[in-house]
Design a protein around this ligand. Sequence first.
Ligand code: VG1
Ligand code: CO
Length: 544
Amino acid sequence: MDPIIIPTQPITGQRPGTSGLRKRVKVFQQPGYLENFVQAIFDTQPELDGGVLVVGGDGRYHNKVAIQTILRMAAANGVARVLVGRGGILSTPAASCVIRKYRTQGGLILSASHNPGGPDADFGIKFNVGAGGPAPESVTDAIYERTRTIERYRTLETPDIDLERIGTQPLGAMAVEVIDPVADYAELMEALFDFNAIHQLFNSGLFRMRFDAMHAVTGPYAFEILERRLGAEPGTVLNGEPLEDFGGGHPDPNLAHTQDLVAMTRGLDGLDFAAASDGDGDRNMILGKEFFVTPSDSLAVLAANAHHTPGYRHGIVGIARSMPTSQAADRVAEELGIDCYETPTGWKFFGNLLDAGRITLCGEESFGTGSDHVREKDGLWAVLFWLNLLAVRQQSVAEIVRDHWRRFGRNFYTRHDYEGVDAEAAEDLMTHLREQLPGLVGKPLGGQTVVYADDFAYEDPIDGSRAERQGVRIGLADGARIIFRLSGTGTEGATLRVYLERFEADPAQHERDTQEVMAPLIHIARDLAQIEARTGRGEPDVIT
Ligand code: VG1
Ligand code: CO
């Protein structure tokens, strides 16, 4: 069957952001929009010709339509075989797992992650390379450049593939293999964690947990792993059915969007453990009884306790965290005598460090934690890691974290998001901040001296590539930090993120309320950036 060549024209704005190309569904539905971007991937990634490609998504609205388009284009561009999750489903970490396990040439993941889904909401596409991780900037830059000159795409005229039927179906000269989206991933989790110990914890009758899949992709994974393989009581998985619009919710696991779950951890018969994951299954939120674990603390606790789990029993070689993530992990690395790397926001910056064996664990303040087991952050992995620790240490979540604070000190941490801000006002705010930077060093700010003030730039220690303008950061003499950056995952206007961190060594101060501890820093940040004057916002939309 000969490919059909369809003439097309470049469409502006196809530059991938922090994690792939994310736009409104309506934008993706425009003729040629998805096709141009996908053809740009095939045109710039010659190894896909004759290669194997993994395809799957988080099940949101437009997922199946997009997959049929991609399958036809893959066949027309010479891909030999595609592995696609049944029903078009593959969580982001599971896609990474499958890419690596079957040594494929890469994958296409259809997701806008934590952004809402539905005909009027968001869609996204991301290319992952053969190592299993999100394409580095050199690759996304090349894809973007190609979208600016593209003049044709290749496809076939064929009926739709039956995505519900496990097994191989031909599409032109290409083989489409519909695979169980859960099996390979579940097997990997069993190899990393002590399923017997977790099973016993569930069987003890002394431990109750709930996992909120938020009607997103992790439902089938959580049923299989938590309820079926680990024997958690039926009903442990909440909102486990993936829905195209996530039940109308915002599949973003943070305190603002999981209020029902948080309520279940309160009171005398509150749950011992609760967790949630996002649209595509790469984020995690960890709760204990009346206790919220910040993602930055979670990374530090996992690093300090990794030797308790089978998969990491020999210890970890290094840790990386994104720049805005708290420095709690740095303290663990120092005590363990291992390297700690600070990277720009976005998982793609961890790839080289993981591939080179420089780090074992990595994480971001945005509810992302992961390791070298795949090349994406991994929501259920983090949940299982915590369950393994709880089973081995026989302590509550709160006890484990408080122990950690006593040992290492506490990095109080909060992030304030101002969403849907006018894009130009947000850019101006950042410019105004950048202009102040040279004059700030050595000056007093809120009773402290500014020790550094810069726009974060990163040079990758493996390939020497540079990423500039990755966030304005201001460091004070006592180690406190204020960081400002604009989101690279939104689809409308701009989102300003303000990240605040303050270290406290004194255990007598560890129980204080975070927002109260941070109040002076919050004040400084708002003043310095003139947030209210420039955005019209007196208060942030989301505090995490
Ligand atoms: C956000 C987070 C970042 C994360 C990215 C993708 O990016 O801050 O840490 O890697 O989302 O996560 P931004 O540019 O909006 O701050 V996911 O779960 O949406 O793929
Ligand atoms: Co996600």
